[in-house]
Design a protein around this ligand. Structure first.
Ligand code: FDM
Length: 212
């Protein structure tokens, strides 16, 4: 590799944690500081697979649980060539949800093991940093109602949170827990500091493979 590669920075968390707001602010501040950065999000709803997922989430169609899990994973894999191209151009990717959401949400359904859920995503480009935006249920409630999409109920979100806690025990991933109950600017400063460290560290190392 001739130039410094970009880093993969993932933001994860349950609904109402402020992931999307923080992803956008992070990309903006990195760019303002002359660091090339772009935002990715999963699911990426604009592809054919993404459209299937989107109408499932909007309760417009029903898909069998294993099937939809594999579609979420396929939606990540279909973006891998583009992600790698950007990384090799030195662009850092700020990613709103990744395979961790995939595993946490499906394994919160009855009959799904973490192992089975992780398998389709084994070998994806490995994030250099995964920040888990943590808000307690009472702060989440203060931030307003959940939306009307599938999974947007407090019971399901609590089950998802527990699955994330399990995933965060994995020492092969650079997890950082961010207290997202603070104001937007304080959370942003924290996220920015972790990101700059990760970008510097990643620059001269090859892209890793997730869960391998
Ligand atoms: N989700 C997201 C999954 O169930 N699996 C996945 O792999 C991913 C990436 O889809 F409820 C769920 C999580 C959330 C919904 O919502 C996507 P947003 O608002 O587009 O992040």
């Amino acid at each position: 590799m001739t130039c410094r590669r970009g880093a993969i920075i993932v933001l994860e968390g349950v609904d109402k944690a402020g992931k999307t707001t923080q992803c956008k602010k992070l990309v903006q501040t990195l760019q303002d500081n002359g660091v090339p950065a772009e935002m990715f999000r999963f699911p990426e709803r604009t592809t054919k697979i993404g459209q299937l997922i989107s109408s499932y989430l909007e309760n417009k169609n029903n898909l069998e649980d294993h099937t939809v899990h594999l579609l979420f994973s396929a939606n990540r894999w279909e973006l891998v060539p583009l992600m790698k191209e950007k990384l090799e151009q030195g662009i850092s990717l700020v990613v709103d949800r990744y395979a961790f959401s995939g595993v946490a949400f499906t394994s919160a359904k009855p009959g799904f093991s973490l192992d089975w859920c992780m398998n389709p995503d084994v070998g994806l480009p490995k994030p250099d940093l995964v920040m888990f935006l943590k808000v307690n249920p009472s702060e989440a409630a203060r931030r307003g109602q959940y939306g009307t999409e599938r999974y947007e109920t407090s019971a399901f979100q609590n089950a998802v949170q527990q699955r994330f806690e399990k995933l965060m025990k994995d020492p092969t991933i650079n997890w950082q827990v961010i207290d997202a109950a603070r104001n937007i600017e304080d959370v942003h400063t924290d996220i920015m500091n972790h990101s700059v460290n990760a970008i510097n560290k990643a620059a001269n190392t090859p892209i890793g493979e997730l869960w391998k």
